[in-house]
Write a protein that binds this ligand. Structure first.
Ligand SMILES: [Zn+2]
Length: 309
C-alpha cells in the first residue's frame, strides 16, 4: 500500500491557552511515536497546503468562515468563540492547513498517487457545524474533504466513519439530508455534545455506546451496524474522523479502546474500501488527549493503513 501523512508546522501555532487539552503537544506526541516506531522513514510525509476558501465554503456558510477569519486577536491574546473553542492569532492559518491537508489528501488518493492518507492536523473538525465552530473545532476538515470529492471530483457516494468518543454532530448536520453520504459514528452516550443518538435517516448510522464499553463491545457494534450499512451504501471513497479519545488511558472519554482496537477498526474499513472504493481512504485526526496513548494509537492506525504489520 502507498500511504502518506499530511501535516504542517502551522498546525502547531493554533493554541487555546496552557490549560487547554487540545494543545500543540498532541501533534508532537504523534511525531515522537512515529519516530519511535520507525514509521517516519517508511511512510511518506507531505506538507499540507492552505485550503482555498472556496473549499471551506462548500461546507460552511460565509458567516462561519468570517467568524474565524475576522476575529483573530493580536499575538498573545485570545478570542473565545465559546467556553472551550478559542481563537489565537494563528488559528485561521492553522485551520486552513488542517482543511487543506484533507483536500490535498483527497486529490492525491483520487488521482491514484496514494492508496490512503492520514492527516495529522489540528484544529480538529467534526463538531464544527456548517454554520458555527464549536467543541475545539473551527472548520469541519472531513466534511470539507467529502464535499470536495463529491462536488469537484464528481464521486456519487462516500462514507464518513467517526470513531471519536464524541458524536460528530457537525458532520451529521452537514449531511443529514444528503443521501450520497453515509455517516457512521460511534460515540459514548450520553455525553458531549448531547445530541439525540437516534438515526435520522438510512444514511446516518449512529452507534451510541455506554460509558465503560470495551473493545469487544465496540467491535461487535462495528460488525453488526457499520459494516452492513457500508456494504449497502457502496461508498466510492471512505473518510475517517479519527479521534482517539476513546482510548482506555484518555480521561476525556469513558470508554476502553486500546491500540489493537483502532488497528482492527482500520482493517475493517480497508476491507470495505477494497471492495467498493478502490482502497481509497482519507483519515483526519480529531480528538485524543492522553498524549502517549494518542501517539501509540495513531501508530496502530497508520500501520494498519500502510499494511505494515
Ligand atoms: Zn472527541
Amino acid at each position: 500500500m502507498s500511504t502518506a501523512i499530511y501535516s504542517h508546522p502551522d498546525c502547531l501555532k493554533h493554541e487555546m491557552g496552557d490549560w487547554h487539552p487540545e494543545a500543540p503537544d498532541r501533534l508532537r506526541a504523534i511525531e515522537d511515536q512515529l519516530i519511535l516506531a520507525r514509521l517516519d522513514g517508511l511512510i511518506e510525509q507531505r506538507s499540507a497546503p492552505l485550503a482555498e476558501t472556496a473549499a471551506v465554503l462548500r461546507n460552511h456558510t460565509p458567516g462561519a468562515l468570517a467568524l474565524v477569519r475576522d476575529n483573530l486577536p493580536a499575538a498573545g491574546d485570545y478570542y473565545p468563540l465559546d467556553g472551550d473553542t478559542i481563537l489565537c492569532h494563528d488559528s485561521y492559518q492553522a485551520a486552513l492547513r488542517a482543511a487543506g491537508a484533507a483536500v490535498a489528501a483527497t486529490d492525491a488518493v483520487i488521482a491514484g498517487e496514494l492508496d490512503n492518507a492520514f492527516c495529522a492536523v489540528r484544529p480538529p473538525g467534526h463538531h464544527a457545524t456548517p454554520t458555527s465552530p464549536m467543541g475545539f473545532c473551527l472548520f469541519n476538515n472531513v466534511a470539507i474533504a467529502a464535499r470536495h470529492a463529491l462536488e469537484v471530483h464528481g464521486l456519487e457516494r462516500v462514507a464518513i466513519v467517526d470513531f471519536d468518543v464524541h458524536h460528530g454532530n457537525g458532520t451529521a448536520d452537514a449531511f443529514r439530508h444528503d443521501p450520497r453520504v453515509l455517516m457512521a459514528g460511534l460515540f459514548q452516550h450520553p455525553f458531549y455534545p448531547y445530541c439525540d443518538p437516534e438515526p435520522v435517516s438510512a444514511t446516518n448510522v449512529n452507534m451510541p455506546v455506554p460509558a465503560l464499553a470495551d473493545g469487544e463491545t465496540v467491535r461487535k457494534l462495528v460488525q453488526d451496524y457499520w459494516l452492513p450499512a457500508m456494504h449497502a451504501h457502496r461508498p466510492q471513497m471512505i473518510f475517517v474522523s479519527a479521534g482517539f479519545d476513546g482510548h482506555r488511558e484518555d480521561d476525556m472519554g469513558g470508554i476502553g479502546l486500546v491500540e489493537s482496537d483502532y488497528a482492527w477498526i482500520t482493517r475493517q474499513l480497508m476491507a470495505v474500501a477494497r471492495e467498493h472504493a478502490r482502497g481509497r481512504i482519507v483519515s483526519c485526526l480529531e480528538g485524543g488527549y492522553a498524549l502517549s496513548a494518542l501517539g501509540r494509537s495513531v501508530v496502530a492506525h497508520l500501520k494498519a493503513l500502510a499494511e505494515l504489520e
